[in-house]
Design a protein around this ligand. Structure first.
Ligand code: 2RA
Length: 338
């Protein structure tokens, strides 16, 4: 069986990676429709070696497809999801538009794939924020084994999380500064090259940013436990691909490094690097770029807390953080629910 598929936002950082991964994983695509804004309509891209004409999403007849990957921004999802779902399409939405609605499942297959069937309520499955996905993939085995009371997390997020324009800005700014020219920031409020910006998205009343609050809301929803306390700081760093996270958890029962390492090594989607073993290394984020796994290293007991455990978690924010997670949801959808 094959399924006709639409990718909305096909020219963006995530949309283009969805196409790449659909091909790499040989997802059973019948017809592929690449949708974007009017200005990109008419351009062509290549899928499975054949040219595909990019179409204007506004004019698209949604009854042509069964599954749609949405990766064109929340405001576009808000307009297009009702049209697509009314035509019977199952929408896998990467944006934050529908993530927090109680009747829409928020899915990381390795963590709560058993909830995918809840898509039947609104024909929408929400894909979590990239920084949340890598966190819950790594913490799920520990949460199941010993419970988690509290998570302190500092993130170091790549500019690809903002999109193609930010990738170009980091590259352009770096070249300008190295040649004695000015930074001329446009995408970010301040220079991002050789800099660290402690703000991603807008500030909320409580002094946290929306990006930070997403880590709170989404972690609790995906693990199904509102009692988990999450204290995030989200930071933008001059990296092209891959988010890094310094995570400190307080578990309900004590767990040793050895036990935690054993659990993580067995868990799906995780690669554990023991930096103390020969050939081991505390994983630089560059090692995660382009890979599918969530990499965990620097596992160590917290010297400041009796039930504390520290982890360094890195992952490719465009792949597992968005595109791969969405395709894995679609794989479970077609094998378990259609
Ligand atoms: C970012 N997580 O990194 C946000 C959206 N992808 O900008």
């Amino acid at each position: 069986t094959t399924y006709d598929v639409a990718v909305l936002g096909a020219t963006g950082a995530v949309g283009s990676t969805v196409l790449e991964i659909l091909e790499q994983r040989e997802f059973p695509v019948g017809k592929l429709y690449a949708l974007a804004s009017k200005k990109s309509a008419g351009e062509t891209l290549v899928f499975r070696g054949k040219p595909v004409m990019i179409e204007d999403a506004d004019e698209f007849d949604w009854s042509k497809v069964k599954i749609a990957f949405f990766a064109a921004g929340g405001s576009v999802s808000e307009v297009m999801a009702p049209r697509a779902t009314a035509a019977g399409v199952v929408v896998i939405d990467k944006t934050s538009q529908f993530r927090y609605e109680p009747d829409i499942p928020l899915i990381v297959p390795e963590v709560n794939g058993h909830q995918i069937g809840e898509y039947r309520q609104r024909n929408i499955i929400a894909c979590p924020n990239c920084s949340t996905i890598q966190l819950v993939v790594a913490l799920k085995p520990l949460y199941d084994a010993v419970g988690i009371n509290r998570i302190n997390i500092a993130t170091y997020q790549a500019v690809s999380g903002t999109g193609k324009a930010a990738i170009d800005e980091l590259a352009g700014q770096t070249a300008n500064l190295l040649n004695g020219r000015g930074a001329d920031p446009k995408v970010y409020p301040k220079q991002i090259a050789f800099n660290v910006i402690p703000q991603i998205d807008s500030f909320q009343e409580n002094g946290y940013t929306k990006e930070e609050m997403k880590l709170v809301w989404e972690t609790q929803k995906i693990l199904g436990d509102d009692s988990i306390l999450v204290n995030p700081t989200a930071v933008r760093v001059p990296v092209f691909y891959g988010h890094s996270e310094a995570v400190h958890i307080e578990t309900r029962q004590k767990i040793s490094v050895e036990e935690a390492t054993k659990l993580l090594k067995k868990a799906p989607g995780i690669k554990v690097i023991d930096q103390r073993k020969a050939g081991g290394y505390a994983t630089p984020v560059s090692d995660a770029a382009g890979e599918d796994e969530v990499f965990v290293s620097r596992i160590r007991e917290d010297i400041s807390h009796p039930n504390g455990l520290n982890l360094w978690i890195v992952s490719d924010n465009v792949r597992k953080g968005a595109a791969l997670n969405s395709v894995q949801i679609a794989e479970r959808l077609v094998t378990e629910h259609f």
